[in-house]
Design a protein around this ligand. Sequence first.
Ligand code: THU
Length: 143
Amino acid sequence: MTAINWAALNAAAKAASEQAYAPYSQFPVGVAVQAESGNIYYGCNVENASYGATVCAERNAIAAAVVAGERKLSALLVYTPQRNLTPPCGMCRQVIAEFFQPDAPITSSNHLGEQQSWNVQLLIPDAFTPMYLAASAKINKDS
Ligand code: THU
């Protein structure tokens, strides 16, 4: 298993935060994910004049990994240049649960070099994951 390159994740997430499109909230977010391949992907939040169309940095980083062909992700780092260390929002936790194992580390860091870590299981216990759909497909097939 490839080691998690936290320094590279932090640098990528920080660079991504500098590209954030956040004119409404003034809350730039950058996220980097490391896939099991060892490759790193990143994304920023992209807001919209129709506020609900905003997409968080977490989902944009995961989408960048997916379009590159990745399906198994190992670690995620959120960077926000503000004192409060930012955990992923509820919708992003659901998307994280799709591609990361329950023990995968999810870390937040800031411009002061501070950080806080969780894992997927802690952020979204009893997540609805693809295995439930697989179970449903099997039941439907058997009946
Ligand atoms: N945001 C993220 O990108 N990730 C999070 O984990 C929390 C919120 C964005 C969405 C919006 O552009 C801004 O931060 C304020 O909510």
